[in-house]
Design a binder for this molecule. Structure first.
Ligand SMILES: [Zn+2]
Length: 118
């Protein structure tokens, strides 16, 4: 009994270098809709209020756009449009300079700007 236990022999002899013009993309799985988690519309909250200039002296308003760690929330999370996001970051940075908003999580602990509200 002698069985040839197979080493897969690659048959690569024959065509050398084919025209590689073929590239089929696999259909990227996109998640569309169906999400029940985010009930809100993707509308910039500033646009809704027709805000022309974001006031950096209103930390209570800016607070929404800052994460627990004092970071500026990304647009995709807040739904802010590009224009207002830009204004927002400016305002946030100014507010930080005025110590109205924290820079880091440490600042939050130290200054207690973020009162934990249920
Ligand atoms: Zn906007």
């Amino acid at each position: 009994m002698s069985e040839a236990t197979g080493q897969p022999a690659p048959q690569a002899s024959g065509e050398t270098g084919g025209p590689s013009g073929r590239q089929e993309r696999p259909p990227a799985p996109r998640r569309r809709g169906g999400g029940g988690r985010f009930g809100r519309r993707r509308v910039c909250s500033f646009c809704v209020d027709k805000v022309v200039a974001i006031d950096y002296k209103e930390p209570s308003r800016l607070r929404r756009f800052i994460s627990d760690r004092g970071k500026i929330e990304p647009r995709r999370k807040t739904g802010t449009c590009a224009r207002h996001q830009r204004m927002l970051t400016e305002a946030l940075k100014r507010a930080r300079h005025l110590a109205l908003l924290p820079f880091t999580a440490q600042h939050i602990h130290l200054s207690g700007v973020f009162p934990t509200r249920g």
